[in-house]
Design a protein around this ligand. Structure first.
Ligand SMILES: Cc1ncc(COP(=O)(O)O)c(C=O)c1O
Length: 346
């Protein structure tokens, strides 16, 4: 089976982790701090706080913005449930926004239509590696959490995604652009947010009591993250080359990923196309042929919450598939995928 996604781990990654394991200090320590500094530097922001997951990072970001049960948080419907979970962790009301049918990102017009005074934060994922309409969203004047779980290295107007929002979060889950197995990070330019998030991540040795968390990353995870970060630009280059090959092969068969806006650069965390044919039978056929294609989002959030009126999200969910793309994809596997899609797409 050609997997849908796969981490890229080499000998230097293994050496980095093994160095920490040999050191005897394996919990959160110097390696975490180094990873935080390097990642914040890569994004171009003041600082970062590493966490145990992207979900934990989102939770801490919402707490830093003082979001509580009285508040509403806007987020797109076409995103994984982790984002909705974080909103529920702080007891806030989710306000689901439809997506743009081409970019699969939050539709700014729908956001503007639905905005109300109770909305105290907007979570903006850059879905599948393409930046959302940051300028228009930031202009609304509501605190923005950029969700870069799928988009580390993506750019918007020549600046890194993750350097625009009041707070931004990342995920380093096994299948992400770079991995620490499980892990995440919050970054910000605000010392105040960073201090607050750092305080809430860890519960030990404090004078006062507030509910705090154990959302720490370990040093051996951070050493893997640091080693992976050095290769991130190379990973992105390989993904872009594969996407270009797919684009050339598939251009007459389906709607290609939206990378046409020249003010932003896609990193192809996922290669997502919209088919003309039925998605369910395409996915079944792909598995029969030994290729694990998937839906880019398992199920839209409004369907979990029994809400309606998300026409674009429904349409995208009904038509979009994600085709394997990752740095370790072999030429042979790529050719097998191209042949399959050419035969099965219509
Ligand atoms: C857009 C988005 N946000 C947040 C998360 C949560 O990240 P994690 O799985 O590290 O908790 C994910 C997970 O894949 C995601 O895709």
């Amino acid at each position: 089976m050609i997997p849908h996604s796969r981490p890229t781990i080499d000998e230097t990654d293994i050496q980095a982790v093994s160095g920490v394991l040999h050191s005897g200090s394996i919990a959160q320590g110097g390696a975490v701090e180094k990873f935080e500094q390097e990642l914040a530097g890569y994004i171009g922001v003041k600082g970062g706080v590493a966490t145990s997951s992207g979900t934990a990072a989102l939770h801490l970001a919402l707490l830093a913005l003082d979001i509580t049960g009285k508040d509403t948080v806007a987020l797109p419907s076409y995103v994984c449930t982790a984002v909705l979970n974080a909103v529920h962790y702080v007891g806030a009301l989710p306000l689901l926004i439809d997506v743009h049918p081409d970019t699969f990102n939050m539709d700014v017009e729908d956001l503007k239509r639905k905005l109300r005074p109770q909305v105290k934060a907007i979570i903006v994922p850059h879905s599948f590696g393409l930046a959302a309409d940051l300028e228009e969203i930031m202009a609304l004047g509501i605190p923005v959490i950029e969700d870069c779980a799928q988009s580390i290295g993506a750019t918007y107007k020549n600046k890194m995604a993750g350097s625009f929002g009041n707070i931004s979060i990342f995920s380093f889950y096994a299948t992400k652009m770079l991995t620490t197995g499980e892990g995440g990070m919050v970054v910000s330019d605000s010392e105040e947010f960073l201090r607050k998030i750092r305080d809430l991540r860890d519960y030990d040795n404090r004078e006062n009591y507030v509910t705090r968390y154990n959302y720490k990353m370990t040093d051996f995870q951070a050493s893997l993250g640091f080693s992976q970060l050095k290769k991130l630009n190379h990973f992105i280059e390989i993904r872009r080359n594969i996407a270009q090959k797919y684009n050339n092969e598939f251009k007459n068969l389906c709607s290609l990923p939206a990378s046409h806006k020249n003010d932003r650069k896609h990193i192809y965390y996922r290669y997502t196309v919209k088919l003309r044919r039925d998605v369910e039978s395409f996915l079944k056929l792909s598995k029969e042929k030994g290729i694990n294609c998937e839906r880019p989002v398992f199920k839209p959030l409004h369907r979990y919450l029994n809400l309606s009126g998300f026409t674009n999200t429904d349409r995208v969910w009904e038509k979009a598939v994600s085709i394997p793309i990752y740095p370790t994809l072999t030429e042979k596997n790529m050719n097998t995928i191209v042949e399959f899609v050419k035969n099965a797409a219509l």
